[in-house]
Design a protein around this ligand. Structure first.
Ligand code: X8Z
Ligand code: ZN
Length: 608
């Protein structure tokens, strides 16, 4: 399942096939079917949308019940509902080929194309295996616990508890223990993952893709290879900024943990970054902040002292969106969402946004705690929700993001406007730090956003290799750590286990959610932010801009959101930014003053 539950696209990635020849013309000749007409194609699309919409509704509901209450029964029901949806999506994907090349409207041509970007698993047994394994792996991930003392259930920690330790503890031995404890859990579903990859690839090949990775890369209105080249271009653009941050953090970590724990050169042990996957480092802020930094920028204290609960935090999020002129969240959102971790049952805590009936039954599922990190994630999830709401009047196949990276960037863009000044307005920050404190604020942001870039890039570098067969199961960990060292500059805190599965300790691998979306979202959100600030008439450093209460910027944003997936993403990007390519100059501009400062610090500290 996907963190962003837009089944229009999820269905498209779950096609099935029959023994239908690759060429529609050949098929029609063999079966002596008359060549299809435009009218038939239009009728086909209408029927397909109606059928998929209904099945998507059922599968979404089954998935919601499963992920908010993991049991054997809910797992089976969810897998079965997905199987039905997958069967229909496959039949439709294959039938769609008949209509390729007809002189259809631009919209209908696009719908036909979207329908064919899918897996085709023709064998019903394989189909069952695929949906069963998918459900079982996300359940295994959700339920996994590490027990500090074997045989003692009171010593067991769930992921949320372990993440808290990773964020707060400065004891390298404890951090290492917890890191290793969590990374042991995924070994249990490695065999299932290997089987799953095989079936998924079979499905991709039946639809004419080289493998599932190639299919994923084909979802961006350009050839698969062009997408790979484009993301590499972006990575090269941002790499110098990441390198400066990595070096700065290394020097600070050496001061904190000593030279024996943190090497002078080469990759840094992965358990020291305040995060289970070393994917964002904001929890290191207290260790790495500039010495001159006196102002607090952490909202956690205010949230706790003012007793703002999970719903209250979410209401703050909603308030930002309505200040842009967007609608209030429907009453059902407040009644039906899951805001905190229930005590009486197992759930998938990884935050997600849901659109159950493709209209207004929107919900979030999140185990919210009163931290700055979760406050930001709420804005992220609400971005998905407001996108869903904005495109609800589109036909079913266009109810999706311009691409999946757009979906991930919407809420993050809004969160970039959650500045200290804005937090102060809300009463969540006592004082507005003056300009002399900007470096600290920027550094905090860089620990979230810049630190993430190589992780966002490498997860699918690994998966592309797995799906193409270049990384064999016996080498999963070897390849995973080669990539983590190469891109992130982090290393495993202990030697690799025989037959380990460290990649599976990441939600999106266990749940098979493509990850490049987050990499491009981290580039796009700065492009959106820069453009919306311009629209709001703002001039000045980008990190000080907040579009809060700016209806003009809100209207511009909303216009893009309501396009959904109806046009190629370049057009959606142009509607907001005037640019038609992804471009890292916005993120580089945003952090430019910090880069200068870090480089000077690095020079200074390296002398010591
Ligand atoms: O999975 C998410 C969101 C849900 S779409 C919470 N994110 C990625 C992650 O946690 O790994 C947001 C940033 C990256
Ligand atoms: Zn998301």
């Amino acid at each position: 399942m996907r963190p962003q539950k837009k089944l229009a696209i999820a269905l498209l990635t779950l096609g099935i096939a029959s023994a239908y020849p690759a060429s529609a013309h050949a098929a029609d000749k063999q079966t002596k079917r008359a060549a299809p007409t435009v009218a038939e194609a239009e009728q086909f699309l209408k029927n397909a949308e109606a059928r998929l919409e209904k099945l998507s509704d059922t599968a979404q509901r089954a998935a919601w019940v499963y992920e908010t209450n993991i049991t054997d029964d809910t797992e089976t029901i969810s897998a079965q509902a997905n199987e039905l949806a997958l069967t229909a999506a496959g039949e439709i994907a294959l039938e769609a080929r008949r209509y390729n090349g007809l002189p259809l409207s631009a919209d209908n041509k696009r719908k036909l194309k979207l329908l064919q970007l899918s897996l085709a698993i023709s064998d019903p047994k394989d189909r069952e295996t695929y949906t069963r394994l998918a459900a079982s792996m996300s359940g295994d991930y959700g339920k996994a616990k590490y027990c500090r003392k074997a045989g003692d259930p009171t010593s067991c920690l769930d992921l949320g508890q372990m993440e808290k330790i990773m964020a707060e503890s400065r004891d390298p031995a404890l951090l290492k223990e917890v890191w290793l404890g969590w990374h042991q859990q995924s070994v249990k579903y490695k065999d299932n993952y290997v089987k799953y990859v095989t079936v998924s690839n079979k499905g991709a090949r039946e639809m004419g893709f080289a493998d599932t990775g190639a299919m994923w890369r084909s979802q961006y209105d350009m050839p698969a290879d062009a997408f790979a080249a484009d993301t590499e271009r972006l990575w090269q653009q941002v790499k110098p900024l990441y390198d400066s941050l990595h070096m700065y953090v290394r020097l600070k970590l050496r001061q904190q943990y000593g030279k024996d724990v943190v090497p002078k050169e080469g990759p840094i042990p992965a358990h020291l970054f305040g995060n289970m996957w070393s994917q964002s480092w904001e929890n290191l802020y207290p260790i790495v902040k500039p010495q001159t930094q006196t102002a607090s920028i952490d909202v956690a204290d205010a949230l706790k002292s003012k007793n703002i609960d999970a719903k209250g935090m979410t209401q703050f999020g909603e308030k930002f969106y309505t200040s842009l002129g967007m609608e209030k969240l429907p009453e059902s959102f407040w009644q039906k969402s899951l805001f905190t971790k229930p005590r009486d049952r197992e759930v998938v805590c990884h935050a997600s946004a849901w659109d159950l009936n493709n209209l207004t039954d929107v919900r979030i599922k999140m185990c919210i705690t009163p931290t700055a990190e979760d406050f930001m994630t709420i804005h992220h999830e609400l971005g998905h929700i407001y996108y869903d709401l904005a495109y609800r009047k589109q036909p079913f196949l266009f109810k999706g993001g311009a691409n999946d990276g757009f979906h991930e960037a919407i809420g993050d863009t809004v969160a970039l406007s959650v500045t200290p000044e804005y937090l102060n307005k809300l009463g969540l920050l006592k004082e507005v730090p003056d300009a002399s404190q900007d470096i600290g604020v920027l550094l905090d942001r860089a620990l979230q956003k810049v630190a993430f870039l190589p992780f966002g890039y490498m997860v699918d570098q690994w998966r592309w290799k797995v799906y193409s067969g270049q990384a064999k199961p016996a080498d999963y960990d070897k390849v995973w750590w080669e990539l983590r060292e190469k891109y992130q500059g982090v290393k495993r805190p202990a030697p690799m286990e025989a037959n380990g599965f460290d990649a599976g300790a990441k939600y999106h691998v266990a749940a098979d959610v493509a990850y490049s979306r987050y990499f491009i979202a981290h580039i796009l959100q700065f492009q959106f932010h820069r453009a919306l600030c311009r629209e709001a008439g703002y001039v000045g450093p980008l990190n000080r801009c907040s579009i809060y209460e700016n209806k003009k910027a809100g209207e511009k944003y909303q216009a893009m959101l309501s396009m959904g997936a109806s046009r190629p993403w370049n057009e959606a990007l142009k509607a907001v930014t005037g640019e038609d390519q992804m471009d890292a100059t916005a993120i580089l501009d945003y952090f430019a003053p910090l880069k200068v400062w870090m480089d000077a610090q690095n020079k200074e500290m390296s002398k010591e």
